[in-house]
Structure formats: structure tokens, C-alpha cells
Design a protein around this ligand. Structure first.
Ligand SMILES: [Zn+2]
Ligand SMILES: [Zn+2]
Length: 138
């Protein structure tokens, strides 16, 4: 014999609009529940802005060839990749801090989606013309 609880015994919360259970101020919640390390700041070496060390900087190094922790903010790195692709060769994207060459997966990880699309298009074009070249020469 199963003894299921009767549905009628479960009290549903009052959906009256006058009851607003979430009234605690946001300021109090932040101080009580978010560890202070989350608010650590770091100055970007390029734009010199004081930004969140946890959210505005890349987690990994800019390029595999870098041997320094990232000190340029994500936005500055994205600007650097975009301007490198626009003004130089698509395959000559460099770390804004140490000038190390960024490889495909470095660009993929750091670039904003539009810039990465552009990077991919340039790469496909380069590969396509290389293929044509080989076919002609063969
Ligand atoms: Zn910056
Ligand atoms: Zn670097």
C-alpha cells in the first residue's frame, strides 16, 4: 500500500502582487556573498584603465610564444588582432605586449567573432590561391 501525500495538503505561495519577497538591497548581498577577491582590479598596460582582474583580462597567455602573464585587457588584445588583420598580413598577428606571433588557435581564442570570421576568410583565400598555384606549377 502506497501512502502518497495528498496534493491538497501542499500550500502554494500566494501569487498576490502585493507580496514581494525579494526586497534585500543589492549592496548588502554583494558584501555578504561575493568574495572580495572577485573585485580585484588590474591596470591594462595599453589603455591604462583600471579593470576587473577576473573579467576583463584573458585567462591564458595571449600567444603560446608569450612568456608573460597577460597584462593587456581583452578589449585591447581584440583591437590589436583586428588592426593587425586589417593593416598587415592576416597571418602576422602579434601580441600587443611582447610582439610574439599569434597562431591560429591563439587568434581563435582571443579575437572577437567578427574579426575571427575575417581571419578565417583570409586564411581560406590564401589556401585556395596556394592550391591553384600548386596545380598550375605541377
Ligand atoms: Zn586595455
Ligand atoms: Zn606576449
Amino acid at each position: 500500500m502506497e501512502d502518497l501525500p495528498s496534493v491538497s495538503s501542499i500550500e502554494l505561495p500566494d501569487s498576490d502582487e502585493s507580496s514581494h519577497p525579494i526586497t534585500a538591497s543589492a549592496g548588502e548581498l554583494q558584501e555578504a556573498e561575493i568574495p572580495s577577491s572577485l573585485w580585484a582590479t588590474q591596470d591594462c598596460v595599453i589603455c591604462t584603465e583600471e579593470l576587473s582582474a577576473n573579467f576583463d583580462f584573458p585567462i591564458l597567455s595571449v600567444s603560446n610564444a608569450c612568456n608573460h602573464p597577460p597584462r593587456a585587457c581583452t578589449r585591447c588584445i581584440q583591437n590589436q588582432i583586428r588592426s593587425n588583420i586589417e593593416t598587415r598580413r592576416w597571418d602576422d598577428v602579434r601580441c600587443p605586449e611582447c610582439n610574439a606571433l599569434m597562431e591560429y588557435h591563439d587568434v581563435q581564442r582571443q579575437a572577437d567573432p567578427r574579426t575571427f570570421e575575417r581571419f578565417g576568410t583570409s586564411m581560406r583565400k590564401a589556401l585556395f590561391s596556394l592550391c591553384k598555384l600548386i596545380r598550375i606549377d605541377a
